[in-house]
Design a protein around this ligand. Structure first.
Ligand code: CP
Length: 312
């Protein structure tokens, strides 16, 4: 995996994903023992990771920064676009080329739908990790979700994962369907008709019209928010549509039909009262904050693999 870019989950073989999980687990054990992700290994001089976030983020940006810091690497972060020359009219492409010209060892990038940037990134002579690409890909979210399922349910193969919500506009759903299907899970999807994807995009998933049927089937329940920022039609912005969305809300009454040892997940941010009713985050099956903790180890594992540091 050394020097490899990861712009979508398909860039990784299942063997590579397993190797990421194994090393994340080793780092968790090392951190518990030595408070150091890489044991006592010294890293000198520190490699530099450049974080370019052209869209807002809390979890992904900060957990990449946390992972970078815990590995003993240096981090450059563009955390406020308003303080960059983008405000003077510089393009995203030129910004990326200029940062790449400073020769960081790796670039982490989040951006909206852009064919120009999709084509530019593979031409850089620096490895690039997608921290979210339009509606297309969120590879590290899918990896941390799969890792969470593995840790909590002890396996991925045979798990029945129900994804509920705005599937059509979700890069998380796309990347999760790829990783989890390849690792042997079955995927179900459920949401208001306007938020369901066209069938050719998700050919091998089960579709549930009633959330109750999906919850009775699932061992893992994953809620998604409405991705308002990615909607182009007026209809989808209407209050009626948001109200329809709440008809697919995960609430405590529906959770009473979910298996006792199942897990409830959400990539965040959560809209309380829309996709999650009050009390769901606190349910003993919720692993939403464990997903965030696991995200640091998975991102550290991916960085360490690409930067050839994956030994303790
Ligand atoms: N899950 C996720 O991508 O969250 P952020 O947008 O806060 O990074």
């Amino acid at each position: 995996m050394q020097n490899q870019s990861v712009l979508e989950t398909r860039a990784l073989s299942t063997q590579q994903i397993q190797s990421l999980f194994d090393f994340a687990q080793q780092m968790e054990a090392s951190y518990e023992k030595t408070k150091n992700f890489l044991g006592r290994a010294q890293l000198a001089p520190p490699k530099v990771v450049a974080n370019l976030f052209f869209e807002p983020s809390t979890r992904t940006r900060l957990s990449f920064e946390m992972a970078t810091t815990r590995l003993g690497l240096s981090c450059l972060s563009m955390d406020s676009m308003s303080s960059t020359s983008l405000t003077k009219g510089e393009s995203f492409a030129d910004t990326i080329l200029n940062v790449a010209a400073m020769q960081p060892d790796l670039i982490v990038i989040r951006y909206g739908d852009s064919r120009e940037l999709d084509e530019l990134l593979p031409t850089l002579n620096i490895p690039v990790i997608s921290a979210g690409t339009g509606v297309l890909a969120h590879p590290t979210q899918a990896l941390l979700d799969a890792y969470t399922i593995l840790k909590e349910r002890k396996k991925i193969a045979g798990e029945r994962v129900l994804i509920v919500g705005d599937i059509r506009h979700s890069r998380v759903a796309r990347s999760n369907v790829d990783v989890l299907t390849r690792m042997g899970a079955e995927i179900g999807i459920c949401g208001p008709p306007l938020f369901m994807p066209e069938s050719h995009l998700f050919p091998h998933v089960k579709r549930f019209n009633r959330i109750e049927d999906g919850i009775a089937w699932a061992t893992v329940l994953m809620g998604l928010r409405i991705q308002l920022e990615r909607h182009d039609s007026k209809e989808i912005h209407s209050e009626k549509v948001v109200k329809t969305f709440t008809e697919y809300e995960i609430n405590l009454s529906r959770l009473s039909k979910f298996i006792d040892d199942g897990i409830v997940m959400h990539p965040g941010p959560i809209n309380h009262g829309v996709e999650f009713a009050p009390g769901v985050l606190q349910d003993q099956r919720s692993r939403v904050l464990s997903q965030v903790t696991n995200g640091v180890f998975i991102r550290a594992s991916l960085l360490a693999h690409i930067l050839d540091l994956a030994r303790i």
